[in-house]
Structures are given as structure tokens and as C-alpha cells.
Design a protein around this ligand. Structure first.
Ligand code: THU
Length: 133
């Protein structure tokens, strides 16, 4: 599966977003080296802090199915916003630990496309190595 196809999967996942409060819809699709794809959408809650972002939904779905960091080939994150959805701070912290540093992260809103990595998004990281010593 190529970049364009994974982004398409993320847009399909975006249709499952539950976002009655923000009306901002996000979808994510995580591609594994074996070709499997795990999707996620943002799921909001009346208690706003209980909201789960799309990329965390996708990564947690993959991990829940036994996938681990080295199995992950790429992550696409899409939104219906006016600009691409750069992962929020909480998601960045999760991605630092759960996906490879140089795993391609493909962002799109259908008009703008940005390719990045978690290494690039968070140059100075707090990681498991700081805690486990
Ligand atoms: N959101 C994501 O799904 N991913 C991000 O990285 C940024 C924010 C969602 C959470 C919430 O449902 C909505 O976008 C507005 O913050």
C-alpha cells in the first residue's frame, strides 16, 4: 500500500469520527510491514478531557491487536480542517514511545500535504529511557 492509498484509508476512517462538540473530524490509518492497516478516528466526550484523538485511536487499535513498534511502516493522519492536523502534544508523546522514530507520518487535509516523522515533530524527547534506568 502506498502513501496515497493509506491517506485514502485515513479519510475513510474520518467518516467514523464522533465529534459533536468540535465538529472537527480526524482520521488515521496505520500501515504495518505485513500489509495490515489499523484505523482510528477522534472520539469526543461531554467530559472533554476524555476525548481520544484519531492517531491515538489507530495506534492503540494496532497495539491491541499485538502490533509493536518495529511492525509499523507508516501512519497517515487526515482532517477536514483548513490546514493539516499536526498531532497534538499528547499524541506526540504517545507516538514517541509507540512508533519508530523515522516512521513516515503523512498529513493531509485533501488540499495540503505534509510528510514528517516523530523525530522531526519532537526534537527533544522525554522517553522510556529517562524513566527506566
Ligand atoms: N484531534 C485529533 O484527533 N488529533 C490531533 O492530533 C488533534 C486533535 C481531535 C481531538 C478533538 O476531537 C478534535 O480534534 C478537536 O480538538
Amino acid at each position: 500500500m502506498n502513501r496515497e492509498e493509506l491517506i485514502k484509508e485515513a479519510f475513510k476512517a474520518m467518516e467514523n469520527a464522533y465529534a459533536p462538540y468540535s465538529n472537527y473530524h480526524v482520521g488515521a490509518a496505520l500501515l504495518c510491514h505485513d500489509g495490515r492497516v489499523f484505523i482510528g478516528a477522534n472520539i469526543e466526550n461531554a467530559s472533554f478531557g476524555a476525548t481520544n484523538c484519531a492517531e491515538r485511536s489507530a495506534v492503540f487499535a494496532a497495539y491491541s491487536n499485538g502490533i509493536r513498534k518495529d511492525d509499523i511502516a507508516a501512519l497517515a493522519i487526515v482532517s477536514d480542517g483548513d490546514r493539516v492536523c499536526a498531532p497534538c502534544g499528547i499524541c506526540r508523546q504517545v507516538l514517541i514511545e509507540l512508533i519508530p522514530q523515522d516512521c513516515p507520518i503523512w498529513l493531509s487535509n485533501g488540499t495540503e500535504d505534509v510528510d514528517t516523522t516523530i523525530r522531526e515533530l519532537v526534537p527533544m524527547q522525554f522517553t522510556e529511557e529517562d524513566v527506566i534506568r
